[in-house]
Write a protein that binds this ligand. Structure first.
Ligand code: PEP
Ligand code: MG
Length: 329
């Protein structure tokens, strides 16, 4: 089995019909990088920064954060490294928020529906600025892409881009030689609002990342933490598929790259359907890469397109699941 994986790593992630499929890794801590390389990822599609800094110590300042990002970017040796700004709020980073005296979320009865992700950062721009400055500096060490979590309106992206450009100006004044073209700024599609306004978002964003974990939760009104693995929580639901299709169409029409970085990207049964939808980039936990690559290498684009054309007409989630597993078998 191990030998099989070693051989698989060197084989291209390519359909039988010749199309290349990009396989990237989701990363939370640097310890995951050796497995990422062993399993043949060609970049990081999502680095979640919430878990990167020890919560018992103060949040590192710009220099401290830069050191951590630079080490990861350097270790990626020229491969794309997509780093997401802090997605605190909801269930994440509560100890840190307490430590920083941030209490926007404290009165919330439904934290998943509250001040979370980019919403929280825009209310505390000094935290966002520190992180963006550190990320801009790390972009001198290798190709960095910056990703924004929990976007629900285009204004949030416009406001963030202004802050981003202000950070770049400030760094240049300090003598940091940034390239003329700043690193790409991407938007996570993980709320129905973002999916339905993807056309406006892509005009402000350089790339899209489909966060199917949250998108499924918010679309189906089912808590992901409580219900993952239950029949209620499924990304293979006609409503979720339509939101994904809409986002992918808008992204590709604007010639932006679109990557799936939710759990669905690690599901070999779902991948043919997503390829049929037009997706060519998948980011998943490093451990899941071999199973997805094996699936990719067994497919033709014609078969994926055909599955997708049938699946997108289905209104019944049970039927959709059957269709997808029958295809995989
Ligand atoms: C998602 O919501 O699909 C996602 C990738 O982000 P996270 O799992 O970190 O919320
Ligand atoms: Mg999410």
């Amino acid at each position: 089995e191990r030998k099989g994986i070693g051989r698989l790593r060197r084989l291209p992630s390519r359909l039988l019909s010749g199309e290349d499929i990009e396989l990237l890794a989701n990363v939370e801590i640097p310890n995951e990088l050796p497995l990422l390389h062993r399993n043949g990822a060609t970049g990081i599609g999502l680095l979640r920064t919430e878990f990167l800094f020890d919560e018992s110590a103060p949040l590192p300042d710009e220099d401290g954060q830069y050191a951590v990002y630079a080490r990861i970017v350097t270790e990626m040796a020229g491969m794309n490294t997509t780093i997401r700004v802090l997605d605190w709020g909801g269930e994440k980073g509560l100890a840190r928020l307490r430590q920083l005296g941030i209490d926007d979320h404290q009165e919330e009865e439904n934290p998943a529906l509250g001040v979370r992700g980019l919403r929280l950062l825009l209310r505390h721009p000094e935290i966002l600025e520190t992180q963006l400055c550190a990320l801009l500096r790390a972009s001198l060490d290798g190709p960095v892409r910056i990703l924004l979590p929990m976007v629900s309106s285009v204004n949030e992206v416009i406001a963030t881009r202004q802050i981003f450009e202000r950070c770049a100006r400030r760094l240049r004044r300090r003598g940091v030689r940034l390239p003329a073209e700043l690193p790409p700024l991407g938007v996570m599609i993980e709320t129905p609002a973002a999916a339905l306004t993807a056309g406006a978002l892509v005009m402000q964003a350089d790339f899209l990342a489909l966060g199917t974990n949250d998108l499924t939760m918010y679309t189906l009104a089912v808590d992901r933490a409580a219900s993952m693995g239950s029949a209620l929580y499924t990304t293979l639901h006609p409503a979720v598929l339509r939101l994904l299709r809409f986002s992918v169409d808008e992204g590709l029409r604007a010639r932006r790259s679109v990557c799936v970085c939710g759990e669905i990207a690690a599901d070999p049964h779902a991948v043919p359907l997503l390829i049929g939808m037009g997706l060519r980039s998948f980011s998943m936990s490093a451990a899941s890469l071999p199973q997805v690559k094996r699936m990719v290498r067994s497919l033709t684009i014609e078969a994926c397109d055909d599955l997708y054309r049938r699946a997108i007409l289905t209104e019944d989630p049970v039927q959709l699941h059957e269709m997808v597993s029958q295809f995989a078998a």
